[in-house]
Design a protein around this ligand. Structure first.
Ligand SMILES: [Fe+2]
Ligand SMILES: [Fe+2]
Length: 189
């Protein structure tokens, strides 16, 4: 990490990797909770964070993978398919009552696909991006990713988790995934 440039010393790989850890924490939080309202809120936050992350990757990171990695085309195809699977599961999860036994089943399925996907990215694509793309370019991509995510924040400040602003912007519940994706892609074009 010491070779990275930029004011925060972070590049796009650092930011996306931090997101991955946050997803894991949210899954653990939901699993540990016995309160349906809390489960719902954390699941909506997970969905919100994950959609933002996936859209930002598709807009700025997957094109870089395609351009710079020897097997880029294939890797992007594979990763995009997994994003679609994640999206299908998120749509099911947003629509199911937190008290329904199906809720935890769906969370388990989502967690499994997500864990596989994260392993691929962190084990293969991310190290390859660092090997093939200059450090300052990875910092530029990070700035784009962060700007894209700010268009649909899931919380006002990283150190103050709060779903309120997010709910004000896109609202919780059914249609969350689509509404958030639309917001992210239309505003950024
Ligand atoms: Fe991804
Ligand atoms: Fe990712």
């Amino acid at each position: 990490m010491s070779t990275n440039e930029g004011t925060t010393g972070q590049d796009v790989i650092d930011v996306l990797t931090t997101d991955h850890r946050e997803f894991e924490e949210l899954v653990q939080q939901i699993t540990a909770s016995v309160d349906p309202a809390q489960r719902r809120e954390s699941a909506d936050q997970l969905i919100g964070e994950l959609v933002r992350h996936a859209v930002a990757e598709e807009m700025y990171v997957y094109p870089a993978i395609r351009e710079h990695l020897p097997n880029g085309e294939e890797a992007v195809e594979h990763d995009t398919q997994e994003h679609k699977q994640l999206e299908t599961l998120m749509k099911q999860l947003e629509a199911v009552d937190a008290q329904d036994p199906r809720f935890m089943e769906l969370l388990g399925e989502l967690h499994q696909v997500l864990a596989d996907h994260v392993r691929d990215e962190e084990g293969q694509q991310f190290p390859q991006l660092r090997a093939h793309i200059p450090a300052d370019e990875l910092v530029r991509i990070k700035d784009k990713v962060e700007t894209a995510k700010k268009l649909a924040p899931t919380r006002p400040h990283p150190s103050a988790p709060n779903a309120e602003l997010f709910h004000k912007l896109v609202g919780p519940g059914v249609g969350l995934v689509d509404r958030l994706r639309d917001k992210l892609t239309s505003r950024s074009n």
